[in-house]
Design a protein around this ligand. Structure first.
Ligand code: AHG
Ligand code: MN
Ligand code: MN
Length: 276
């Protein structure tokens, strides 16, 4: 797993430089999810693809910006990644990220064996989870290991995704109930900084529900939902689609999406009561 950590750290430094210097204009192309692509989405995708495919143990990769997976002739790990999560908030200079899921032999939730994300913010940070969670901050020279992260049983942050106009009534009631209990709204529009904030502050809820306009949610299983589900569970939290554990969901194509809720134990139990 050490090879993966080094590859992610090297990709992080290159992409951070790109973010500082590149134009963030939209291209005329769209990806498989129908999102308009930025030039920088494609550049970040290439940087990560090259780093990962050069590892002997990697058999193939797929990403948000590729319609199909790319395979080599050897290796046993498959990596699904979102090269730049939060492309729509780059122009306003908010934090964005990259997300990775490492799968053994097939792109299935049961074969996810490690996950990681990078935060491109005022600081460059990497979280990597396999058996344990590792947290690194780049100091401009070296990656400094930090004390590990663990969630408490509950928190104070509420990060509700999706267009409110299209929420189901029961979902709106659930989100309102957290505000009534004193939770604070924290939502940047990038799942990496939003989920990272909940981890660093040790608790809360991030939701991206099924909506009337997107009944299967927006966030993609292989490279957004499953990696964060894996990381949240390793941090002592929970991750469900409303009813089921996210890491037990089937996958129907590499761009398949799911409603998702990530958080600490008490918040997720409240979600379950609403959705069961
Ligand atoms: P991407 O930029 O990779 O397409 O993903 C953006 C995602 C995610 O980061 C965020 O939580 C969500 O889209 C925000 O969506 P809404 O603007 O609909 O809340
Ligand atoms: Mn994304
Ligand atoms: Mn993306």
């Amino acid at each position: 797993m050490e090879d993966f950590i080094i590859a992610f750290q090297n990709a992080a430094k290159e992409i951070q430089e790109l973010l500082k210097t590149s134009h963030t204009d939209y291209l005329s192309s769209t990806n498989s999810s129908g999102d308009t692509q930025l030039g920088i989405d494609i550049k970040a995708d290439k940087i990560i693809e090259e780093k990962l495919l050069s590892l002997k143990s990697v058999y193939g990769v797929c990403s948000e910006e590729k319609s199909e997976a790319i395979y080599k002739n050897s290796g046993s790990y498959l990596i699904a990644y979102d090269p730049l999560d939060g492309s729509s908030i780059i122009s306003s200079n908010l934090s964005v990220g990259s997300i990775f899921g490492i799968y053994k032999e097939t792109f299935e939730s049961k074969n996810l064996i490690a996950a990681a994300y990078i935060v491109y913010g005022p600081r460059l940070e990497l979280i990597f989870a396999s058996e344990e969670l590792s947290y690194f901050i780049y100091d401009g020279d070296c990656w400094q290991r930090q004390p590990s992260i663990a969630l408490n049983k509950n928190g104070k942050i509420n990060s509700p995704g999706g267009t409110q106009k299209h929420w189901e009534a029961k979902h709106k009631a659930l989100i309102d109930s957290f505000f009534q209990k004193g939770y604070r709204l924290r939502y940047s529009g990038g799942m990496v900084p939003d989920l990272h904030q909940i981890l660093i502050k040790k608790g809360g809820l991030f939701s991206y529900p099924a909506t009337l306009d997107a009944p299967k949610g927006k966030l993609r299983k292989l490279f957004e939902v499953f990696p964060f589900a894996f990381i949240y569970e390793k941090a002592g939290g929970m991750a469900i689609d409303g009813k089921n554990r996210l890491l037990e969901l089937p996958v129907d194509g590499i761009h398949d999406t799911s409603p998702c809720f990530f958080g600490s134990e008490e918040e997720i139990n409240e979600v379950r009561k609403t959705y069961e």
